[in-house]
Ligand binder design. Structure first.
Ligand code: SAM
Length: 234
């Protein structure tokens, strides 16, 4: 038994459940993230769009697509590609569909589904992108194995995350862009340090996980900053 006893274990378990559950995204994590992240991490999203859109027209899957500003920007930047977004939070999927309709974008579709069991055939996609989602998956090896399964031979996955080893200075600089009047600055910095980045992975850890999922090749890419992009080739 944990030295801190059953109450501490219970609180830890409860926080873990919140971190992994779809309803928590629907209720509060999603809206806060959707409002703040795109402005705060614009360079990093631009880099992802450049990387995933390179080369011939592609069938792209976005796993944990959220409110899909990223997928929609992708379809606008690469009108010849088709993008499918999948997310387990119903409200995120609804927000995605509303945005698609509002922006009149036709080469994308969104559906509810779990990264742990992707509802697609083998080799259905040329590229898979997943942005800031893998740290919420209960079994990242299984999720990456699923991604590998739906990728075509030599297909690539672009997995990006908050870097748990980001320096305090990088986090402080990022938190300056992540400000909102309705969240107390000190609380926001605490959440960034202990939850968003603190409960994430380092690039080295995700490389190891991707090897366990069967990817042979993993390269770290992306602009300097507190996030990284891992490029995996099947
Ligand atoms: C931080 S948001 C990122 C959303 C989007 N990729 C973006 O960058 O705007 C994480 C998303 O992953 C989704 N998610 C978490 N676990 C998931 C799972 N097991 N299967 C599918 N989606 C999941 C959440 O519902 C949420 O929308």
């Amino acid at each position: 038994m944990n030295k801190r006893g059953p109450i501490a274990l219970g609180a830890k378990g409860f926080l873990k459940r919140i971190h992994h559950s779809a309803w928590a995204w629907d209720l509060f994590q999603g809206p806060v993230y959707n409002c703040l992240i795109f402005k705060a991490a614009a360079d990093y999203f631009d880099a992802l769009i450049r990387l995933t859109g390179r080369g011939a027209p592609a069938r792209i899957l976005d796993v944990g697509s959220g409110a899909v500003v990223m997928s929609l920007r992708q379809t606008q930047a690469h009108p010849e590609a088709t993008v499918v977004g999948i997310d387990y939070a119903l409200m995120q999927v609804r927000a995605a569909k509303r945005l698609k309709k509002k922006k009149q974008i036709h080469n994308c579709s969104f559906q509810q589904g779990n990264a742990m069991a992707l509802p697609f055939a083998e080799a259905a996609f040329d590229r898979v992108v997943s942005v800031n989602s893998i740290k919420h998956w209960p079994d990242p090896v299984r999720g990456l194995s699923e991604i590998r399964r739906v990728l075509c031979p030599r297909g690539q996955a672009f997995i990006s995350e908050a870097d748990r080893s980001a320096s305090p200075e990088a986090l402080l600089a990022f938190s300056e862009n992540y400000r909102a009047w309705y969240i107390w600055d000190a609380l926001m910095r605490w959440c960034l340090k202990n939850v968003v980045f603190g409960k994430s992975y380092t690039a080295a850890e995700l490389k190891t996980i991707s090897a366990q999922a069967g990817f042979r090749d993993a390269i770290v890419a992306g602009p300097p900053g507190p996030f990284f992009i891992l490029v995996l080739t099947k």
